[in-house]
Design a binder for this molecule. Structure first.
Ligand code: SAM
Length: 285
C-alpha cells in the first residue's frame, strides 16, 4: 500500500482551504481508495479528472499506470507538482476539464484509455456527455458520483429513477455499480452519499442511427414525464398523420409514457422518425 497522508494535513501544510465552488471533497480512507482503484483494468493509460491532492493518483502511479491528471485549482496544482515531481509516468495539466480535448491528453498511443475521477459533482452531467462525445475512444470510465445520479444512471425502464440521463448514457455504455461510499469517506464530509460507477464504452448495447435526432426525441418524450408520448411528441416537425405513422411503424402505443420505453424502443422511434419527411424542411436527397 502507498504511504497515505490525510488530505486535511496536506491542505493545512500548504495553507489551503477546500473550495466548495469546485466541489472539493477529498477521499480520506486509504483502504477504500485502494479498493476503488482495484476496478481499473490492467495495461491502460489514465486520464484523471480532478486529482485534488492526489489520493487516487498516488495509487494509480504506484500500480504502474501512466496518468495525465487535469486539475482546475492552481493551488492544488502546486501541491501535486511537489508531490509527484520527477515521476516520469505523471503529467499534470492545469485546466477546466470541460475545455479539454482528450486527444491532447493522451500520451501513450498504444494503450487504451480509461478515465478515472472523483468527479466535481456540479459538472457530472457535462463530463458524462464529454466522455460519450470524446474524439478518442474511451474504453472505460470509473467515476464517483452522487448516489442519486448513480441511481439514475443504473435505472431500468418503468422505475422512478429512469429518465433522460438513464437513456442518454445507457445507450453508449454498459453501466455497473462498483461501490457505495458514505459521507465519512470524504474530507470535508459532504451532505450527500456517493457511488462508484463503471461505464464500459466498448460494446454499446444499441446502435444509434443519428445522435442528434435520438437525443432530441428522448428529451422531448420525457418532457413532461407524466404525459403520454402522443402529447409530448406533438412538438416534432411532423403532420398529424406522420405522427400516427411514427407510432404505428415503431410499434409503440402513443398512449404510453416515456418512462416505460426500453432503449431499443427509443432507437426504433428514432429510426422511423428519420424515414419520415419532416415539415418545413427541404426534401432529403
Ligand atoms: N480526486 C480527489 C480526491 O478524490 O480526493 C479530489 C476530488 S474532488 C471531489 C473534485 C476535484 O475536481 C477537486 O480537486 C477540484 O478542484 C477539481 N475540479 C473541479 N472542477 C474542475 C474542472 N472543471 N476541471 C478540472 N478539475 C476540476
Amino acid at each position: 500500500m502507498t504511504h497515505f497522508v490525510h488530505p486535511k494535513t496536506i491542505l493545512e501544510r500548504a495553507n489551503i482551504r477546500p473550495r466548495k465552488r469546485w466541489g472539493q471533497n477529498f477521499l480520506c480512507q486509504p483502504l477504500l481508495n485502494e479498493k476503488i482503484i482495484d476496478a481499473v483494468p490492467p495495461k491502460v493509460q489514465i486520464i484523471e479528472i480532478g486529482p485534488g491532492v492526489g489520493a487516487l493518483t498516488q495509487i494509480l502511479l504506484a500500480r504502474g499506470y501512466p496518468v495525465t491528471a487535469v486539475e482546475i485549482d492552481p493551488l492544488l496544482v502546486g501541491v501535486l507538482q511537489e508531490q509527484f515531481a520527477g515521476q516520469s509516468d505523471f503529467r499534470l495539466v492545469q485546466a477546466d476539464i470541460l475545455q479539454c480535448d482528450f486527444t491532447a491528453l493522451v500520451h501513450e498511443v498504444d494503450l487504451p484509455l480509461v478515465v478515472v475521477g472523483n468527479l466535481p459533482y456540479y459538472i457530472t452531467s457535462p463530463i458524462l456527455a464529454q466522455l460519450i462525445d470524446s474524439p478518442v475512444p474511451v474504453q472505460q470510465a470509473l467515476v464517483l458520483v452522487q448516489r442519486e445520479v448513480g441511481e439514475r444512471l443504473l435505472a431500468a425502464p418503468g422505475t422512478a429513477n429512469y429518465g433522460i440521463l438513464s437513456v442518454l448514457v445507457q445507450a453508449y455504455a454498459h453501466i455497473t455499480l462498483k461501490m457505495r461510499l458514505n459521507p465519512g469517506a470524504f474530507y470535508p464530509v459532504p451532505q450527500v452519499e456517493s457511488t462508484v460507477i463503471s461505464l464500459d464504452f466498448r460494446h454499446p448495447p444499441v446502435t444509434i442511427p443519428d445522435k442528434n435526432a435520438f437525443t432530441m426525441l428522448v428529451k422531448m418524450a420525457f418532457n413532461p414525464r407524466r404525459k403520454m408520448l402522443r402529447n409530448n411528441l406533438k412538438k416534432l416537425p411532423l403532420t398529424v398523420n406522420q405522427l400516427a405513422m411514427l407510432f404505428q411503424e415503431a410499434n409503440i402505443e402513443g398512449s404510453r409514457r416515456a418512462e416505460s420505453l426500453s432503449l431499443t424502443e427509443f432507437v426504433r422511434l428514432t429510426e422511423v422518425f428519420l424515414t419520415l419527411k419532416p415539415l418545413n424542411q427541404p426534401p432529403r436527397r
